[in-house]
Design a protein around this ligand. Structure first.
Ligand code: DGJ
Length: 538
């Protein structure tokens, strides 16, 4: 990872790399044949990266005896499909539970003790205060990293996600060891962080600390106590962050790949910790992770909520060196990838269950245009302030985008459909616009009257701009608007294996194929346009 002033780069073999990704279903990596087929499906979705998992229970079925075959077949398929891998370590926690821990861990409830709730009941998830679990998890993870280091000579595994959506389904762990720690002083490391970063703290942490007099010493309840289980939440967060930091630290000692942790988000404003996994990396506790966990490179949101843009803003935090990466997202709108990459300089985006998307031609087409045509443009404009994106949410009709002194008024077309796009200022009076289902009128912030002078519709072939059409007259309402209506493609299947042989051909070829009876289906994807504007002087 390379942190720049405005954004962070993921560097793979010396070059910045952006991930057009997809996460596989939870059990897909558990057997070679199934995995291999899923990787073919993922490839047909035009991703460059797959987020796959390794389960601790399969990796270490008996204590100290490791089964490396999973890594072998993951690496083999990655090579076959020429895909990069982000590897999830499903270990002590998966969605707050401990179902992926090996049976020798699960069954030993004394050594690997569980979270205790307020009624004193033992819950199923392992306690973050269980140092034996932390040790065992970190040891196995280090063994995993050692094997990757030895075998991954092509550097196909580019990033690690230890654990998955960690956190407790309780406002507090009521084990004796936890209660004792809760009554002790807040660690100096956190107090120093609070003092050094007092103005920029996340609002919830800042409010809780200030309401209790911004004290520099005292217990968790003394520093943060009062409401909404704040003190318990910050305490539990410190513990989860410390545990996962240790796993990352021990792994990085062996092989220093970038490592992040992912969050099950707060589902609605005011939802209490414990309803969502308490102690997990939600944005309100970003500072606590920063203070406790230097070995965790960043926190990442799994986004299944409708306020996608807001969540992106919460996690895209250059000043706290937290780049946006979305390892999981609901899979109805590929435009979310465009938005994250162009509006927030995200490292990448992955819909969850990519292998089950293989029948969605529109999604695959959109990802192909993003990966093969737009990624170099996006890469070149990261951190420049000249790149923006739009993404329709809910019933929105319009959007407004300002780049430099240009103001673009966007209207969404075709109400029921996804609408999204990116806008890059490529010269003083030139823009590259890519997207679908919107129209743009150009204006300025200075009162100058600017109008469209020329619109080319086209695409990038091996990085070279190729014009498909000049748009004028009806197609731009005589230079009033750029209409980003997108491209039409035919999708052809052959040989009984439509996924592997998906072909997409541009419009003129479509007609020949129609006549020849070759076309089975037609689909739409984003278009790419070059626009020149000029000032209409009065
Ligand atoms: C979020 C989890 O992180 C994933 O592993 C998976 O269980 C999805 N939820 C299912 O929607």
């Amino acid at each position: 990872m390379r942190a720049r002033a405005t954004h962070t780069e993921l560097v793979v073999d010396g070059k910045p790399f952006l991930m057009v990704a997809g996460e596989l279903h939870n059990s897909t990596s558990s057997a070679p044949a199934y995995f291999r087929e899923a990787m073919q499906h993922a490839k047909s979705m035009n991703v460059n990266t797959v987020i796959a998992s390794v389960a601790w229970e399969q990796f270490e079925p008996q204590e100290g005896r490791f089964d490396y075959s999973f890594i072998d077949f993951i690496l083999k398929s990655a090579r076959e499909q020429q895909l990069k891998i982000v590897l999830i370590w499903f270990a002590t926690w998966k969605n707050g539970e401990s179902s992926y821990a090996p049976l020798w861990v699960k069954a030993d409830t004394k050594r690997f003790f569980r979270i205790r709730n307020r009624s004193g009941e033992t819950m199923s998830a392992i306690s973050p205060f269980c140092t034996a679990a932390m040790e065992a998890d970190a040891k196995a993870f280090a063994a995993l990293m050692a094997y990757i280091k030895a075998k991954d000579t092509h550097h196909d595994i580019i990033m690690m996600q230890p654990e998955n959506e960690a956190g407790a389904f309780s406002e507090m762990d009521y084990n004796e060891v936890a209660l004792k720690k809760y009554g002790e002083a807040v660690p100096q490391q956190l107090v120093d962080y609070l003092v050094a970063n007092r103005d920029g703290l996340e609002p919830e942490l800042k409010a809780a600390w200030n309401q209790n007099g911004a004290r520099r010493q005292g217990t968790w309840a003394e520093l943060f106590g009062g409401q909404h289980y704040d003190a318990q939440n910050f305490f539990m967060t410190w513990q989860y962050a410390t545990f996962m930091n240790e796993v990352c630290r021990r792994g990085k000692q062996v092989l220093p790949l970038p490592m992040y942790v992912n969050a099950w988000l707060v589902q609605f404003p005011g939802e209490l910790p414990g309803k969502y996994p308490n102690g997990g990396p939600v944005s309100r506790v970003l500072d606590i992770y920063r203070a406790a966990a230097p070995a965790i490179d960043f926190l990442a949101p799994d986004i299944y909520l409708p306020n996608f843009r807001e969540v992106c803003r919460m996690y895209s935090r250059p000043s706290k060196k937290n780049p946006l990466f979305i390892p999981e997202c609901e899979r109805t709108n590929p435009g979310k990838a465009y938005y994250a990459l162009a509006e927030h300089d995200a490292l990448g985006f992955g819909p969850f269950g990519i292998e089950s998307l293989a029948s969605d031609d529109a999604y695959a087409l959109s990802f192909r245009i993003l990966r093969d045509e737009l990624l170099p443009q996006i890469q070149a404009h990261r951190g420049t302030g000249k790149m923006r994106a739009i993404l329709k949410e809910g019933n929105e009709d319009t959007a407004s985008v300002t780049i430099g002194s240009s103001r673009l008024a966007i209207e969404y077309l075709d109400k029921g459909k996804n609408a999204y796009g990116i806008i890059i200022q490529t010269g003083n009076d030139e823009f590259l616009v890519a997207g679908i289902n919107f129209r743009v009128a150009f204006g300025s912030t200075t009162g100058k009257k600017v109008v469209i002078g020329e619109v080319q519709e086209g695409g990038f072939e091996q990085g070279r701009w190729v014009v498909h059409r000049y748009l004028n007259g009806d197609e731009t309402y005589h230079n009033t608007f750029l209409f980003a209506r997108g491209r039409s493609y035919s999708v052809r299947a052959s040989g009984g294996s439509r996924v592997a042989t998906r072909k997409m051909v541009p419009l003129p070829v479509l007609h020949q194929h129609l006549e020849a009876g070759l076309v089975q289906q037609q689909t739409e994807g984003p278009g790419i346009y070059r626009v020149k504007i000029y000032e209409l002087r009065q």
